[in-house]
Design a binder for this molecule. Structure first.
Ligand code: HCA
Length: 387
């Protein structure tokens, strides 16, 4: 079944030819969710799942954290087919640990906002550039492919950002990255920043965005619209505080609204989300976009009848395209048409009076907070066992 792209999306001319890739950071920023710690086996299993569904780059961890972390990343590197990325501060010990972990790409980062410089690093903005240059050179000497990001980019004066990225590029990074570390930017802010940096440097650019205001997915879409090449995601958006760009939301939005398929096995996305939720002790709310248990559930008579005739009336994308499933729920809001259609699928045709009586029974139960299953309906009709 094909869905028509809406008028807004039709304006996204030129987008189709743009290369966009995700790099998943469930195993690094995801694990930085307060209180969460993955075992080596957990990390390996999650990395395997991500690799299986076609995630091209996996951020495996922060090697400086511990020896176990270095070992986990080594095992991930042996197990997956794509690039393994790791995070590193601009200090030699971190970069050496990154090299030991056998990662392909090292994500070098340092805070750049006046707030972080004053209260966290206690250095001036112009003291950062020599550190960037040294770190990039050291990473290259250790055989790593360096990327450089400023932390808290969205609260950093733009001229400072330009200076830091220039230093990194001159020293030989293969890509640069911006971060919205505390989710402080609206979509237009990300768009502006990406556009400025792409225009000025023309380098591969990554975006790492947080969800403190629930804007991470919108911001990621804005970023790619403006030309960002790499987007950091995590399964279910897990990560620091309100988390990161949820992989499932971003990929499905990109495909649905922009017709852009990144080649990831989306019919397995619910399965992967469920497993990551289980391993990390998360609960997936029913209404969670894409993967929630009730996001393809229909009860209201108007919706149920329409969706049974033509699913795209009330489903933006097919449930099976993300490994979810449609449910028709019978309750207080049910209607005669939808009920008759569901019964019709079971070869049951009721006279108007009988249908009304059945619907009243369903609605009465619904008023007391009780939903009725199809099995209960068939039972009432004495049709149990019918196909
Ligand atoms: C953090 C750092 C970071 C940076 C990620 C990157 C952020 O706060 O742990 O440079 O790729 O959110 O700024 O995750």
């Amino acid at each position: 079944m094909s869905f028509r792209i809406n008028p807004v999306s039709e304006l996204k001319l030129g987008f189709a030819s743009q290369e966009v890739r995700i790099y998943d950071t469930t195993l690094r920023d995801g694990e930085q969710k307060a209180g969460l710690s993955f075992s080596k086996e957990d990390k390996l299993e999650i990395a395997g799942l991500l690799d299986d569904i076609g995630v091209p780059q996996i951020e495996g961890g922060f090697p400086a954290v511990s020896r176990t972390e270095v070992d986990s990343i080594k095992r991930i590197k042996e197990a997956v087919s794509g690039d393994v990325l790791v995070l590193s501060r601009l200090v030699p010990e971190d970069i050496d640990a990154a090299a030991e972990s056998n990662a392909d790409i090292v994500l070098l980062f340092i805070a750049s906002s006046p707030l972080h410089l004053e209260h966290k690093l206690r250095i001036g903005s112009d003291e950062i550039d020599p550190l960037i240059i040294k770190a990039v050179e050291h990473a290259r000497e250790r055989g790593l492919r360096p990327s450089f990001s400023t932390e808290d980019s969205t609260r950093t004066p733009i001229p400072h950002l330009f200076r830091h990225y220039s230093s990194a590029i001159d020293a030989g990074v293969e890509r640069i990255g911006i971060t919205d570390t505390i989710g402080a930017s609206p979509p237009d802010g990300i768009k502006l920043l990406v556009r400025l940096l792409k225009t000025e440097f023309g380098m591969p650019l990554s975006i790492h965005l947080h969800n403190d205001l629930g804007l991470a997915t919108a911001n990621a879409l804005s970023g790619v619209e403006a030309g960002a090449d790499h987007v950091a995601t995590t399964v279910l958006g897990i990560g620091e505080r309100a988390g990161n760009v949820p992989m499932e939301e971003f990929l499905v939005a990109l495909r649905t609204l922009y017709g852009k398929d990144l080649g990831i096995d989306l019919p397995r996305i619910c399965e992967v989300a469920a497993r990551v939720a289980e391993i990390s002790g998360q609960f997936i709310p029913d209404t969670r976009p894409v993967v929630g248990g009730s996001v393809f559930s229909h009860e209201s008579g108007i919706h149920a009848a329409a969706v049974l005739r033509e699913p795209s009336t009330y489903e933006l994308f097919p449930p099976e395209s993300v490994g979810n499933r449609r449910r028709i729920v019978f309750g207080k809001h049910s209607g005669a048409q939808g009920l008759a259609m569901v019964l019709g699928e079971k070869d049951i045709e009721l006279e108007d009076d009988a249908l009304r009586e059945l619907l009243d029974w369903i609605k009465e139960r619904g008023e007391t907070g009780q939903n009725t299953t199809l099995a209960e309906i068939l039972d009432r009709l004495g049709r149990r066992g019918r196909p």
